[in-house]
Design a protein around this ligand. Structure first.
Ligand code: AHG
Ligand code: MN
Ligand code: MN
Ligand code: MN
Length: 334
């Protein structure tokens, strides 16, 4: 069977879309190369002393794992040389990452979570890289934080690499969602899941239910409804991996809902844990393009204006019917 590589797919889409340019295709190609390098390292991590923590704590207050640091370095090193970006934002860096002046400067901004699912690295459970691409707002000069603080609706593209039992790329440029699987024997991502559509409703819910004591009554009411076989959610199953990217990927294909609600009794997590720019917004773009929905319980994720680079946000994401039902229950408390 003739198999379409991601590069071919990008070129075809480039022809179809007046917005897409050769530079944009180049950006995605560079990103793909960085992800292949990360995938290779993840695959042999147990053999090359790449596991464990570095001893550092990042801007999020989390222990940095060696693979977090490796993935972050690979992405920054490759992408700053690509000549296409004017700035980057990473979960692991407190500030906007400028492009050094010796490299060509472009119009795009890349936001990423270099390695998602840090707590699963050492035990060989699926992890991933989440990315999001914006165009800069202002003209020339050094991009400032305001250039980067854009709503999710402004994303030009978004997606993720999943380092699972196979390595996959799932992305959207606003014209549907497409999935590619890395064939390690040829080193290419091949189109394996064209035009992905999330089921309108699903039976699986995904949440860290150990946080029940920290939730408000409305959040508890949503999870109670998820368990109730007589409710419209309908006798759901629970699956929770603890890597957002993997929990999201399953939700995209099987339907249902992932939620990381606010944690109002925990002063460290008044808005939950997940980051608006590098986690929630890109997955919200993917899910909407696949026919699903993402909210913070009140607002559409893509409409939220970020105030700071590392803003956190509660997240309800998945099949439209499930997210609407959750929203209705949450609304009853307001
Ligand atoms: P990261 O590893 O990029 O810091 O993200 C971790 C996130 C996300 O992957 C996952 O959904 C969540 O942490 C799990 O958090 P809990 O351990 O609080 O359930
Ligand atoms: Mn982290
Ligand atoms: Mn993450
Ligand atoms: Mn991370």
């Amino acid at each position: 069977m003739r198999q379409v590589t991601v590069t071919e797919h990008l070129l075809v889409h480039q022809k179809e879309s007046p917005m897409a340019t050769g530079r944009f295709t180049r950006l995605l190609n560079e990103l793909i190369l960085a992800a292949k390098i990360i995938s290779r390292e993840v695959n042999k991590a147990g053999l090359v002393n790449a596991l464990g923590a570095t001893g550092d704590v990042n801007v999020q207050g989390e222990q940095v794992q060696r693979l977090d640091e490796f993935a972050n370095k690979v992405l920054i090193h490759r992408m700053e040389r690509a000549g296409i970006l004017c700035a980057m934002v990473s979960e692991e860096n407190a500030d906007v990452i400028p492009i050094p002046s010796q490299f060509a400067i472009g119009d795009y901004i890349l936001v990423f979570d270099p390695l998602d699912g840090s707590s699963n690295i050492d035990v060989n459970v699926s992890i991933g890289t989440i990315f999001s691409i914006y165009r800069r707002r202002s003209g020339g000069g050094d991009p400032c934080v305001e250039d980067v603080l854009q709503r999710g609706t402004e994303q030009v593209a978004a997606g993720y690499f999943l380092y699972g039992s196979s390595t996959m790329l799932v992305y959207t440029t606003g014209r549907g969602v497409h999935g590619f699987t890395l064939d390690p024997s040829v080193g290419e991502f091949l189109l394996s899941h064209p035009d992905i559509e999330i089921p309108r409703m699903g039976k699986v819910y995904s949440v860290n239910e150990a946080y029940w004591p920290h939730w408000d009554e409305q959040t508890r009411a949503v999870v109670t409804a998820l368990k109730d076989p007589d409710n419209a959610f309908g006798g759901a199953s629970l699956r929770y991996i603890g890597s957002l990217v993997a929990d999201f990927h399953r939700t995209l294909f099987y339907g249902g809902m992932f939620l990381y609600p606010k944690d109002y009794r925990n002063p460290k997590k008044p808005k939950g844990k997940l980051r608006l720019l590098c986690e929630a917004a890109p997955l919200a773009m993917v899910v909407e393009q696949a026919g699903g929905m993402a909210t913070d319980g009140v607002r559409r994720i893509l409409d939220i204006e970020p105030e700071e680079l590392h803003d956190r946000v509660p997240l309800f994401i998945g099949s439209k019917r499930n997210v609407v039902l959750a929203q209705q229950i949450l609304d009853q408390g307001t």
